[in-house]
Design a protein around this ligand. Structure first.
Ligand code: ARG
Length: 560
């Protein structure tokens, strides 16, 4: 519909580009002002006339196609009223491709997301990266892009040194077999107690100088030198850890095209740094540490003992990925605390002559807070992803039993968590509460899943019906609203891609479900004289909500 309006405006002789017109078109707050409106302020500057006059003048000039019923000027606005019957005819014909688009054809998008650290369990920060990254992957693919998901495992760094020390001293082999995540966590916690450090990750930990930290640094050095025994332990830790991660990915139904350890890019990164040294773009300190000057500050890119650090690996990884994928864009999805890291990374790459750095984007996200409802974790210190999921599924099961319905607790629980995480824009902090996440009557995943199941049961009850003899009578307000909301879906998908915000789709899904429920309560379907049309409308709603939830990674159920 927007497309049609753009064409109408173009034909009326206004001198703006399609994309400019598109950005200006608004959806008015009330349908009294039409379905779409176009503000004439910009034209007023160009033509040196009042915007009101321009709007009025345009209404006289504009020729309307069948899809638009009328156009009115109201002050500086031009309001378009869509012909609802024609729109309804289009909407009841949609199929499972509804909202898809070829705009991404032949374009590659790489998304670096999840990226947990080996040896540590995934904490709640990784949940947001995983869920957000997965949703973006789905949105890009839906729009025709070739999207490539990369899981960049933190398989090297001081935490690995610590684990190796602990593994040699205290490992319980059987426990590692039975529950690798738990055993590795036990080892890590024990080490931290000895070291008297906090379990939470932080860069500063590298600079701690005590007996235990130093032992960990030694192990790390041994690993870099290729010591066989140390390498064997590292492999074992990595394998056990991945087992634990995969369990979570299975629960969340998340896949990657590539899972790769950070450590693989040590040599690539170092080579690039050496080259930069030769070209005098990077400099050496007396102690051997290498830095570049970024924003008049030294940023170290190689340690004094010539080992790589977090940024060295990222330099190597970015260059290798660009060689491999020749991407249109690469998005890194991490906590906002890494903003500075990526800011510097992009600038360093540019400084080194890699122009593709303009194609790199960091998508920072805020914190997830649990308020008073802190769940007891095995560490007391960090909230583990697996615990949150398990607890949500448990609570979903209770809720389902209480309501005596048929829901699948896993689908409901996982969907509820994903919905809470995605609903807010990435930059916002998320306040997590189980009460809200599992509120079947409120702004929640289960509410939307439930509306889908409700629609499915209507379709099932109706059985076979004659689709060819549809006569659309005058639409009721509830039908009108539903038709109009469904018609907006393709635009919402594109907006959420452009703003890297699946929250737009999440909020749209909720509003769509609400509008459907209003329709459900005011418009009887089976047995009504509009039965055939309404059944098709219910089916169009099902398709749209299913696609929306799919883009959020939330599964639907036919019965609930
Ligand atoms: N492993 C890091 C963490 O857990 C995130 C890595 C993000 N990706 C990257 N290319 N640096 O905080």
């Amino acid at each position: 519909m927007k497309e049609i309006i753009i064409q109408i405006l173009k034909k009326s002789g206004i001198t703006l580009k399609d994309s400019e017109i598109e950005k200006l078109i608004e959806v008015p707050p009330s349908s009294d002002f039409g379905d779409y409106s176009f503000p004439c302020f910009i034209l007023s500057k160009k033509e040196k006339k009042s915007p009101d006059k321009i709007a009025e003048h345009l209404t006289e000039k504009i020729k309307l196609p069948g899809e638009i019923e009328k156009v009115e000027s109201k002050g500086p606005y031009l309001n378009f009223f869509v012909n609802k019957k024609i729109l309804a005819e289009q909407i009841i014909k949609i199929n499972s491709n509804f909202g898809k688009s070829p705009i991404g054809k032949n374009k590659k998008i790489v998304i670096d997301f999840s990226a947990p650290n080996i040896g540590k369990p995934m904490h709640i920060g990784h949940i947001r990266s995983t869920i957000l990254g997965d949703s973006l992957m789905r949105i890009y693919s839906f729009l025709g892009y070739d999207s490539i998901g990369v899981n960049y495992l933190g398989d090297i760094g001081l935490h690995i040194g610590k684990l190796i020390v602990a593994y040699e001293l205290w490992l319980d082999k059987d426990a590692l077999k039975k529950n690798p995540v738990q055993e590795l966590l036990r080892l890590y916690v024990k080490f931290c107690a000895k070291e008297k450090s906090k379990l939470t990750e932080g860069v500063e930990e590298e600079f701690q100088d005590n007996e235990w930290t130093n032992r960990a640094k030694e192990k790390l050095k041994l690993l870099e030198l290729g010591d066989k025994n140390t390498e064997k332990i590292w492999h074992d830790i990595r394998k056990s850890s991945e087992k634990g991660f995969n369990k979570v990915y299975e629960m969340l139904n998340v896949d990657f095209n590539e899972t790769v350890g950070q450590s693989e890019f040590s040599e690539h990164g170092k080579k690039i740094v050496t080259n930069a040294l030769l070209k005098n773009i990077a400099r050496s300190e007396k102690d051997g540490a290498v830095y570049v000057e970024i924003d008049r500050q030294k940023k170290f890119i190689l340690r004094s003992n010539q080992t790589a650090s977090y940024i060295t690996y990222d330099i190597g990884a970015a260059v290798e990925r660009y060689k491999k994928y020749n991407f249109e864009k690469m998005i890194y999805v991490t906590d906002f605390r890494q903003k500075d890291h990526f800011d510097k990374l992009f600038k360093i790459l540019k400084l080194f002559g890699y122009d593709f750095s303009d194609k790199l984007v960091h998508l920072p996200f805020g914190t997830i807070r649990f308020g008073k409802e802190i769940i007891a974790t095995r560490t007391g210190d960090i909230i583990l992803l697996e615990d949150v999921l398990k607890k949500t599924i448990e609570k979903a099961e209770k809720e389902i039993r209480k309501r005596k319905t048929k829901g699948d607790a896993e689908k409901v629980g996982v969907g509820a968590v994903k919905y809470v995480v995605l609903k807010s824009s990435p930059s916002a902090d998320v306040q997590f509460s189980w009460e809200q996440a599992l509120n079947f009557e409120g702004d929640s995943g289960p509410y939307i899943q439930y509306s889908y199941a409700r629609a499915s049961s209507i379709i099932k009850k109706a059985g076979k019906f004659n689709k060819s003899k549809i006569k659309i009578l005058n639409l009721t307000p509830a039908e009108n609203n539903l038709v109009k909301k469904i018609s907006m879906f393709p635009e919402i998908v594109i907006n959420s891609e452009q703003s890297l915000n699946p929250g737009l789709i999440a909020n749209y899904s909720f509003e769509l479900a609400q509008i459907f429920n209003e329709f459900y309560h005011t418009c009887p379907v089976i047995g009504d004289k509009s039965e055939a049309f309404r059944l098709l409308l219910v089916d169009a709603f099902r398709t749209t909500i299913k696609n929306s939830l799919y883009l959020l990674g939330i599964e639907v159920a036919e019965e609930m």
